[in-house]
Design a protein around this ligand. Sequence first.
Ligand SMILES: [Zn+2]
Length: 280
Amino acid sequence: MDALINYFAEMPTAHRSAVLIGGLTIFLLIENAAPLFETKYNKVKHTGLNLFFTLTTIIINFFMAFLLVFTADWVVANEFGLVQWLDLPAIGVLVVGLLLLDFFGAWLAHYVEHHVKWMWQFHVIHHTDQNIDTTSANRHHPGESVIRFTFTIVAVFLVGAPMWLVFLYQSMSVALSQFNHSNVKMPSWLDNTLVLVFCTPNMHRVHHHYRQPYSDSNYGNIFSFWDRIFQTFAKVDNKKLIYGVDTYMNTKDINDVMYLLKIPFAGYHKPIDYDQEEKL
Ligand SMILES: [Zn+2]
């Protein structure tokens, strides 16, 4: 346990980059070997666009990182936050801390982004992708990257997370997001087992269906518990899914980087009112 804490407390930047690039490479290979949906789109162009948004996310995270380090050091020095007050042993800090960071920093952040109009205008760029694969994981408007980072800082503050836990959480968060966006076809026994604890591709893809109520389900990133607890969990035969978002379905627009960057400032697109609720 001490070795784990020491490693993540001083996790080198090169190792953090390796998680991102390594994860991307592994899941690209797996989804190419066993894809759920056949690739009918220009994968190079699609990857290029999504990597542009991954790069802007990395840059923003880099410039905001000092705030995260400051917060983590402050909560430890002042014994502030849930895991500090509970006075847990290291393994308890690991388990409770990871669960709560995933809740505040990912599930709640994501839920709020879907329910607060101006935040949705930034998050919708992630949903405009009509071909979900592992590169979709970090397709975030720079404005959304700032929103998500702010939620992470608040999460670290409330949880009382030390820096080693933050680095461990961020590594898991990156890897799980790449995993649950990947276009991999998994045997149902494996998915049914993994989804008891983790957000699997079969679970997360439902969130990328083009219309509500499915796009307002399965908000989780690492752990699947939160969607079950808050009754936002949905199970759907993935072959019936249509990716994208109904308010931005023009394929030319949603592959245009300038169009995507301007979406948050170009006026709110009201949700489409359907006559009937869709049942997949
Ligand atoms: Zn979403």
